[in-house]
Design a protein around this ligand. Sequence first.
Ligand SMILES: [Mg+2]
Length: 125
Amino acid sequence: MRVLIVDDSSVMRKIVARGLRQADFQIDEILEAGNGQEGLDVLNGPNGKVDLILSDWNMPIMDGLTFIKNVRGGSPDINKIPIAMVTTEGGESKVEAADAAGANGHIKKPFTPDMLKEVLGKFMK
Ligand SMILES: [Mg+2]
């Protein structure tokens, strides 16, 4: 199981990574990207095969919503990867916009390992 965490805060990427480990998921590798464009670069790179993407919403250069749209419009290698939004944006219209773009789940900050289990369990092997 490989997971890509996309967030412009390196501290938040570490918090998310720690949460995943505390949730007892069997994770072989965690990849990180600092915005949507970097996330696309990782996914389209030679070592970019991942099983799950966790993405922030607000990021410079390319935000989370645009990132989702690009992944879903991307190559067959990447366009079906589950994407969960990890965000403070709990507004219903934002959630709907993310879902319409192809998001598969939502995790609100701050989160607990149990919350990660509940939202992400179905995507984890
Ligand atoms: Mg952010």
